[in-house]
Write a protein that binds this ligand. Structure first.
Ligand code: PEP
Ligand code: MN
Length: 375
């Protein structure tokens, strides 16, 4: 059971004290208090765990600080979508909204290489009206002897350039909890010219120490990638585990599954799971067509498989696209062969907008059908 308190309930109020006194004395029930900072107000949610089946929802709702109570299922307590659960999805970070209705595109470099390429990339993103990008400074690799990224050394000039080009959010993978502090220290020193979304890569979806460290901070939102060799449920549980440490500003990213069955793609594209994740949880859902498709092959219609896969994810309601671009893929240090080219950016964004609008129209079609269905 989840008890949502009246907005802005203070912890020193009588209503809060009385409510907690009652809840703390429920037999075989333990409490977990979770603070949620919305755009305009702070919400306190109290998770009642344990023997809650016999609890009376109305009795909990009658407590002075409680606005409403929701019976929640066992799975994904914090991030899940429960019956009669009207809580909003998503969050705002550095002026950019992330939720299950809208769409943000993060086109950028898989790995930061030289300032000239970062500059070209960010300039292009800005010129096309976008405010987000991806920039890998810490790169986990399949082969540990491959290039692992420039690390904290590149952060100052990457963040400065982002500020110059009006970039509000950079998706940046971290592979160790010490990277959070490196990023934070650098941003602080520069006066926070941009924001960072901490990315958990597919190789780290079940790195529980990393998940805990990221979940304990709430300065930066999180992009959690699906593990490429585990079930969807296991990956969603990883997201829930992270959120249970305190940070529920999490976006879930589909990036394909590692299996021979995915050939000729690098991974088996799993974007049919976009609506499934939106149904099971309240997380905004991202698709990463670059790492799932992994090639620049095109079909006879002249459209690249990466572009087709993007369209498939967005038309199914994806809320974010994470995609590799590079001004000179032959010079890229990581994943050059799958990168889109700068001149392909405008058409790509146009295609994405078209698919996002089409998704909205699709919803309208089915809504009309429901509205006119006989009772
Ligand atoms: C990436 O996005 O750069 C990346 C390494 O992705 P993944 O963790 O999905 O392989
Ligand atoms: Mn990559």
């Amino acid at each position: 059971m989840l008890a949502i308190l009246h907005p802005n309930t203070t912890l020193d109020s009588d209503a809060y004290r009385q409510t907690m006194h009652y809840l703390e004395n429920l037999p075989n029930v333990s409490l977990r208090v979770h603070e949620v900072q919305g755009a305009s107000q702070r919400l306190t949610e109290i998770y009642l765990l344990g023997d809650t089946k016999s609890l009376d929802k109305e009795e909990i709702e009658a407590l002075p600080a409680v606005e409403r109570a929701i019976r929640i299922s066992e799975d994904y307590r914090i991030l899940g979508r429960h019956k009669d659960d009207q809580r909003q999805s998503g969050f705002t970070y550095n002026g950019v909204e992330f939720n299950q209705q809208n769409l943000n595109v993060f086109a950028g470099l898989c790995a930061v290489d030289v300032p000239e390429h970062v500059e070209m990339m960010m300039k292009a993103v800005e010129e096309h009206g976008e405010v987000c990008t991806r920039m890998g400074a810490y790169k986990p690799r399949t082969n540990p002897y491959s290039f692992q990224g420039h690390g904290k050394g590149c952060l100052p000039w990457v963040f400065e350039k982002a500020g110059k080009h009006g970039i509000k959010v950079i998706a940046m993978e971290i592979t160790h909890e010490s990277h959070i502090e490196e990023i934070d220290t650098c941003l602080e020193k520069l006066g926070r010219p941009t924001g960072v979304m901490l990315q958990v890569g597919t190789r780290n979806t079940q790195n529980f120490e990393l998940l805990k460290a990221i979940g304990r901070q709430s300065t930066y939102p999180v992009l959690l990638k699906r593990g490429f060799g585990i079930t969807l449920n296991e990956s969603l549980n990883a997201a829930e585990y992270l959120a249970s440490e305190g940070n529920s500003n999490v976006i879930f990213c589909l990036r394909g599954m590692k299996t021979e069955a995915g050939n000729p793609h690098r991974n088996m594209v799993d974007f049919a799971h976009v609506p499934a994740v939106k149904r099971l949880t309240r997380m905004p859902v991202c698709v990463d067509p670059s790492h799932s498709v992994g090639t620049r092959d095109a079909s006879p219609d002249g459209i690249l498989d990466v572009e087709h896969a993007t369209a498939q994810g967005v038309i199914a309601g994806a809320n974010m696209v994470l995609v590799d671009f590079h001004p000179k893929p032959e010079k890229a240090l990581v994943d050059g062969p799958q990168a889109l080219l700068m001149h392909e950016l405008p058409a790509y964004l146009e295609d994405i907008r078209l698919c996002h609008e089409t998704w909205k129209k699709r919803q309208a079609i089915y809504q009309r059908m429901k509205d006119s269905a006989p009772e």
